[in-house]
Design a protein around this ligand. Sequence first.
Ligand code: AMP
Length: 403
Amino acid sequence: LRVVRDRRALAQALAELRAAGNGIGLVPTMGYLHAGHGALLARAAEDGLLPVLSIFVNPLQFGAGEDFARYPRDEAGDLAAAERFGAVLAYLPDGDDLVPERPEVVIRAPALMRRLDARARPGHFEGVAAVVVRLWGIVRPDAAYFGEKDAQQLAVVRRLARDLAVGVRVVGVPTVRDADGLALSSRNAYLSPGERRQALALRAALAVGEGRIAAGERRPAAVAEAMRRHLAQAPGVTPEYAEAVGPDRLDRPRRILGRTLLAVAARVGTARLIDNVRLWVPLDGPATPLVDDPPGEAGRRAQVARRRLEAVLAERAPQAGVAWRRAVCDALRGAAALDGPTVRAVLAQVVGRGPLGTVRIGGRDLDELAAVVWDAMRSASAISKEPSRKLGEIPKGVPRPQD
Ligand code: AMP
């Protein structure tokens, strides 16, 4: 593990790694490393990239009265863990090396940054975005790895990469939990043994939400309320929010269907904790875990299939705008199993939402539209299942994955 503390040394080390023909997988963290961070680093390696870690307790993402000063720090422990987790390079910026002055430019994603955690932490995601974009500019990684544990952060950085066309692939990594189900978090260090037991109420509340969905409930408000009630009756727990939303736009759908995020936040002792589960909810029957980007070659193929689906939709439904095509591809992403009726139902949900509701494809009705998409999906996935090719090689005519 090579440790660098300023941008010049970082650039030098990165240049050497690249000269040897390696791609870079960046894992930004605030340190006090645990197995969750380890999973991000391992995933970069699985994707064929060199895991590069940054450790920076970012003052811009802490509000007044939050835990910036007491946030746990352990440099020696972190470096030992980083080595164990397979990081090849660690950037621990000295003093103001990463953020030399208060940024004048503020990156805002108004809809995404208004909901969930942003209510209690105004300015938090603007602070995250400022530092993530700086890190991307300095490191220029091929991919950047973020935990699904911080679901809103993941949604924000995905959108950041897309809207600013930074050329960094954002990969979400499933939440790593302790044996008893508690999501690993540096902030768990704030919990006494008793509070740690009480903190299990977050995962239990999510299980209540999953149970309601399994029992056939599809109203987001009803599922959210069941989770909130569970948190409210848990001893030592002060609930903050409980929500059932789409994992990309973080808004409540009319009906729970397809990609779904159940998310909770609560205070336990002096710690503010968050947790979530991501599900693919079929029309009826049990939900399955939502897997956005499988590791390695399978993930690469899924990306190619999405790009291909977009390209085929552009060909066959040219009247629809790019935003609509993206929304369709996003809505179908990560499904465990899809069939014609599910595609139709998911489309009904997408078309019925907000400004997209006004988009019609050449006057076609929903059934025709669903047939076009279903057809496009099958041809896209057939192409994506061609015999494995070298990672990163994309067949002719398919735009390179950006998201
Ligand atoms: P942090 O150091 O808490 O800012 O986290 C750095 C990165 O690790 C973020 O992308 C987090 O989402 C991710 N992360 C934190 N906890 C976990 C966990 N339990 N499982 C997976 N990823 C995590």
